[in-house]
Design a protein around this ligand. Structure first.
Ligand code: HPA
Length: 313
């Protein structure tokens, strides 16, 4: 099926399965990352459609992620939203077109703004576990080396061939995030700003890779989100990315020297053998669940600020 026909089929299915016409044209899209799908509890009159019923969608195979598209109203003003509960990653074997499909469907439903959440590892002790990083820029090693979602023929001539990304992250939505944190009386260090490095994964970084990403200017690292950001910008949507720090990337200042340890052992001297930390998906999910309420309140408040905004002339 050509992409155009798939979109038509997906939208026809949504229209058939969502009884309330008020939800057929959501204005805000939300993408929920690892352990963050409980954001759906912010929605009223919610209707969930399993991805398996939706043409063009695949199944999220990652533990801690659901596989459904949710429609509902958020905030005091009942702003209509669509939320992806679970996303697709290239490391699951999905093509960029599948990874970005949900974003392109959002655009065709009428979405204007997208809030993308994810779990990320921190590359600096200044951004501890539990912090939400409002992403201000990214670098994407896969995009720089041939895995960009924009590779291939243009979908149509309305799409930019050379997409500018210097303004990828909406200043308007980022302002709302900090205003929302203030209204919610979050402590100052609950929210930080930083640069997200996208890696293809699925292995966690080696210490040398972590050090490399840090020295290249990234503050957090993750295996998702950037294909969606690129697609959203191609679709002319405004984007904000909220990265929940679920673990510190293991970047020891020095390595254990096994050579020195053997020398000490042979000389009968005491040896200090420090254990090296390890990232784990269980830790990522656990922090996601622990902080889901904070993320939920923040997303809800941002949505309220978006919905109460006066249109600019
Ligand atoms: N590295 C890459 N992706 C991640 C991490 C990490 O440490 N934590 C959560 N997603």
């Amino acid at each position: 099926m050509s992409p155009g026909l798939t979109y038509d089929a997906t939208i026809a299915t949504i229209t058939r399965l969502v009884p309330d016409p008020g939800l057929h044209n959501p204005r805000l899209g939300i993408v929920c990352g690892s352990g963050l799908s409980t954001l759906v509890s912010s929605l009223k009159n919610v209707v969930q459609i399993s991805y398996s019923k939706l043409e063009g969608f695949a199944d999220s195979t990652v533990v801690g992620q659901k596989s459904a598209l949710a429609f509902g109203y958020i905030g005091k003003d009942n702003y209509p939203v669509v939320a992806m509960l679970g996303r697709f990653h290239p490391y699951e074997g999905y093509k960029p077109a599948t990874v970005t499909y949900g974003i392109r469907v959002m655009k065709r439903l009428g979405v204007k703004d997208v809030i993308i959440t994810n779990a990320a590892g921190s590359l600096t002790p200044e951004i501890p576990v539990g912090t939400i990083v409002v992403v201000q820029d990214h670098f994407a090693l896969p995009n720089l080396t041939g895995m960009s979602p924009s590779f291939g023929p243009l979908m149509s001539k309305e799409y930019p061939r050379f997409l500018p990304l210097s303004d990828a992250y909406s200043t308007r939505l980022r302002r709302f995030a900090f205003l929302a944190a203030h209204k919610l009386q979050f402590p100052d260090d609950a929210l930080a700003e930083g640069v997200y490095a996208w890696v293809s994964g699925p292995a966690y970084e080696t210490p040398a890779e972590g050090r490399f990403l840090r020295s290249a200017g990234a503050h957090v690292v993750g295996m998702s989100t950037i294909p969606e950001v690129v697609a959203a910008r191609e679709e002319n949507l405004e984007v904000i990315v909220l990265s929940l720090v679920t673990n510190l990337v293991v970047i020891p200042d020095t390595y254990r020297s096994i050579k020195a340890e053997v020398k000490a052992e042979l000389a009968g001297l005491p040896i200090d053998r420090p254990e090296i930390g390890r990232a784990s998906h269980e830790e990522v999910i656990a922090v996601g669940i622990l902080k889901t309420e904070v993320m939920r309140c923040l997303v809800e408040r941002v949505a309220e600020l978006v919905s109460s905004e006066k249109p600019t002339v």
